[in-house]
Every structure is written in structure tokens, then in C-alpha cells.
Design a protein around this ligand. Structure first.
Ligand code: GLU
Length: 467
């Protein structure tokens, strides 16, 4: 059997990281088995529909580098098929028209509440004679849920989960305005799209019982199910905005790499022994449903940062610079010229080993893209103010060097330290760093001088010297 998974988000806003993990698991499972992952937008709620939310979902998938097979399917566009299925169920005697008024339903609800019952609809139209239908009322279509026994979902993560039939109402599959409910649409679409595996959040487990009633009524084979436990914030509550960042977009903005996000989200709910670093290629080779955890996972920002730092070191430096370009622009209002690119590439290894995120990489390399005069941050400015004598000595020394290399600059700094700073190299290196980078945090400043070259190093020192 060829495996078909699906990713069917509702376009309600930015992509939640739980949704991203669902997408990843479906994608991995399809790749693992040489199958397909289909992408369906569940856009039947027209009142809340937003094209921006659809675009946000697509952008998030592109950023995560998760692709899908075929065109994106719009659930709304399939509405005629949903109506057809609902009518077919009525014809087969598996569903029926219900003409209850809102008042009648409210009364049933009150009664059920008083009796402490989970289901409320008393099925009064289930076996009623259609000729007794009131005129001028648009009916809903309700499915005939089993009256006794139980419904079992065979779940690949949770095992067999059973509910008593008394828990299931004759729920609505087609509303009185002719629009399908989610419960019906999802079953018809999954069937029509040939979905073999439904991997989704366990907040949908309750829906699965009802969806199985529809599958049985239509006489269709059910897909296999794997319901994923929730992602919780570090405090154990459902991961949401107040934990800092809950959407994929925010992680992108915080400078995380897509491959790190994939690795981290994979581990958040799936394991391969104690392995923490799992490349996407390995994940495709290893991913299975058996090793999905049964309990909810807690999001751990430190772990994500650790995983990201690993991929920062491994990444192709030119790609990193490309990914940082929007940040050079938004955080420092700086373009990366060809010369800046050359300089940053020359120092990339050290920058990569220091940076936990793209933001850190940007901030620690941006001095290469700036031009004289630099803006000095507060700490750099005071170092410059307090060490004018050292800066003057540095300028003279750099001008006299026949070759500006990390070694020659370091040697000269040592000589200046002996003369002016009681032999303390840091007391010379810090003002040099302040003058060259405008900050007090950077990779090796001796190397930076070599990469900038004699003229640029002199120009930066000169600009830091007053008068
Ligand atoms: N549209 C649903 C959601 O975004 C997913 C439905 C499903 O996976 O069956 O939660």
C-alpha cells in the first residue's frame, strides 16, 4: 500500500509550533515510506476566513522546507461533494433531516444538563415520518450514531481508545444553510484524497469517534490514526503566546534555522534512543509511529538554542550570511556589500562557533559591513574616552607594520601593553575592539584587524581618536 498522509490546517493566523510539528511528522512519515503528503486548507469557516492566514501557512511550510505533493486543496471548494455525501447518507437511511427549532434544542440542552447527561439531542426526528416536517423550516442533517455498544479508535500512539455509544449524539453533518460541518468535510476529503494515515494532535481524538461513525455509515475504510500528545510550555500549560513564542514565524524572527527547528520539533514528541541531534536525512530513515511519546512534551528553550547552535556551526557560511541579510537590515540598517561579505566569510568559522542564533551572528559580524565613522555603543564609547593614549599608540603601531596579520597585531599590542598597561594585553585589546567594532563583544579582534586590512584598521582607529 502506498502511504498518503495529509496536512490540513485551518487558516486562523500564524502557524502554531504544534501545527508545525504535525506537518513535520506527516512529512517524515510520507518520506520514510516513499509516499505522499497532501496539503489541504480547511477553509470552510467563511466568516473567519483570511487569505493572509493561508499565505502565512504556506510561508511557514516554505521556511520549514517541508514540501507537499500536488496542488493545495481547498476544503471549501469541495462543498458540493460534502453535500452529496450527506444526501447519500439520508438516502441510505444512515442520516436524517431534523427540523428542531432553536427553542426546542435549548430545552433539550437544559434537560440534559439537569440530568447530567453528556449528549443532549433526544433524536426526535430520527424515526419521524418526513411528512410531519414543518413548512418553511430549513432542516439540518444529522447522522444516526449507534444507539448502543461502543466505538473504538485504534490509535497507533494511544492504543485502542473506546467510548460508549451513549456519549455520541446524532450530531449534525450538514447545517440548515446547506454547509457541511467539519466532521463530515474531513471524512469526505480524507477519503476522496486517498489518505491512509491521519497523524494529528490528540485534541482531535474526540472527533475521531464521530468521524468513524461517518466512515461506517458510508461504508468506507478508515485510515490509520496516530494522535500526538500536546506541546506544553515550560510551566506545563498548553504552549501559547504567553510562553514567549508560539508561532513558527516568531522562531524565524528570533534567528533559528529551519533545520534546527525540524530537529527540535522532531525530538519534541519522538525519540530515537538518546539521540538529540538528528539530521533530516536520518529522521527520514528512522521515523516511525512506534516511538512517538504517549505523554505531552514540554518546550525547552535552552535545548532549542543548543540544537540551533549545533546547526549554526554546520551551516554553509554563505547561506548564513544570506539568511542574516534581513537582520543586518532590520537591526542595523546596513547592506552587506561584496567586500563585507568577503570579510565575514573570512571570519565565519569563529563567528559560527560563537553564535547560537542568526541574530547573534548578525550582531557580532555587522561591524564588517559598517563604514567609518562607526556608532559606538555606550561601553565602547567609555573605553574609547578613557584610553586615548593607547589608541594613539595603536594607530602608530598599525601604520608602522609592514604586514597586518593577527600575529603581528597581537605582538604589537603586547609591546604597547608593556609600555602603557602594566603588561595587561586585555587593557589594549579592549579599546582596540571598541574602536574597530563599535562594541565590546566580537570574535578575535587581532583577526578582525587582519581581515579589515591596514587601511581600514587605521581609518577606524583614526576616527576614534579625538582632536
Ligand atoms: N483543521 C484541523 C486543525 O487545524 C485539523 C483537522 C485534522 O487534522 O483532521 O486543527
Amino acid at each position: 500500500m502506498s502511504i498518503v498522509t495529509r496536512f490540513p490546517p485551518s487558516p486562523t493566523g500564524m502557524m502554531h509550533i504544534g501545527t508545525a510539528r504535525t506537518a513535520l511528522f506527516n512529512w517524515l512519515y510520507a518520506k520514510r515510506h516513499g509516499g505522499k503528503m497532501l496539503f489541504r486548507i480547511e477553509d470552510t469557516d467563511r466568516a473567519r476566513h483570511s487569505e493572509e492566514a493561508v499565505t502565512a501557512l504556506i510561508n511557514a511550510m516554505h521556511w520549514l522546507e517541508l514540501d507537499w505533493d500536488g496542488d493545495i486543496v481547498s476544503q471549501f471548494e469541495q462543498r458540493d461533494r460534502h453535500v452529496e455525501a450527506a444526501k447519500e447518507l439520508v438516502e441510505k437511511g444512515q442520516a436524517y433531516y431534523c427540523y428542531c427549532s432553536p427553542e426546542e434544542l435549548e430545552e433539550m440542552r437544559e434537560k440534559a444538563k439537569a440530568e447530567g447527561s453528556n449528549s443532549f439531542y433526544d433524536r426526535r426526528w430520527r424515526d419521524a415520518d418526513p411528512s410531519t416536517a414543518p413548512a418553511g423550516v430549513d432542516p439540518v442533517i444529522r447522522i444516526k450514531a449507534p444507539l448502543e455498544g461502543s466505538v473504538t479508535v485504534k490509535d497507533r500512539v494511544q492504543g485502542d481508545v473506546t467510548v460508549d455509544a451513549t456519549q455520541l449524539d446524532d450530531f449534525i453533518i450538514l447545517r440548515s444553510d446547506g454547509t457541511p460541518t467539519y466532521m463530515l468535510a474531513v471524512v469526505v476529503d480524507d477519503h476522496d484524497m486517498g489518505v491512509t494515515h491521519v497523524i494529528r494532535g490528540d485534541d482531535h481524538l474526540n472527533n475521531t469517534f464521530r468521524q468513524n461513525v461517518i466512515y461506517d455509515a458510508l461504508g468506507w475504510d478508515k485510515p490509520e490514526y496516530a494522535h500526538l500528545p500536546l506541546i506544553l510550555g515550560p510551566d506545563g500549560a498548553k504552549m501559547s503566546k504567553r510562553h514567549g513564542a508560539a508561532s513558527v514565524e516568531e522562531y524565524r524572527e528570533m534567528g533559528y534555522l529551519p533545520e534546527a527547528m525540524r530537529n527540535y520539533l522532531l525530538r519534541l514528541g519522538w525519540s530515537h534512543g538518546d539521540d538529540e541531534i538528528i539530521s533530516t536525512a536520518q529522521a527520514i530513515e528512522w521515523f516511525n509511529l512506534e516511538h512517538i511519546g504517549k505523554s505531552a512534551s514540554r518546550f525547552d528553550f535552552d535545548k532549542l538554542e543548543h540544537v540551533n547552535a549545533h546547526y549554526m556551526k554546520e551551516a554553509d557560511p554563505a547561506r548564513l550570511i544570506d539568511l542574516c541579510k534581513p537582520f543586518y537590515q532590520s537591526r542595523h540598517n546596513v547592506e552587506v556589500s561584496d567586500e563585507a561579505q568577503r570579510r565575514i566569510l573570512a571570519h565565519a568559522e569563529e563567528l559560527q562557533s560563537r553564535a547560537k542564533t542568526l541574530l547573534q551572528f548578525t550582531d557580532e559580524s555587522v561591524f564588517y559591513a559598517k563604514s567609518v565613522p562607526l556608532n559606538f555603543d555606550e561601553k565602547a564609547q567609555s573605553l574609547i574616552d578613557e584610553n586615548q593614549d593607547i589608541l594613539a599608540a595603536l594607530l602608530e603601531m598599525i601604520s608602522d607594520l609592514s604586514k597586518v596579520s593577527a600575529d603581528t597585531v597581537q605582538e604589537s599590542c603586547k609591546l604597547i601593553a608593556d609600555k602603557l598597561a602594566e603588561g595587561k594585553l586585555g587593557k589594549v585589546a579592549m579599546p582596540l575592539r571598541a574602536a574597530i567594532t563599535g562594541t565590546t563583544v566580537s570574535p578575535s579582534i587581532f583577526h578582525a584587524c587582519e581581515i579589515l586590512g591596514q587601511d581600514e584598521t587605521r581609518a577606524r582607529l583614526q576616527a576614534a581618536i579625538k582632536g
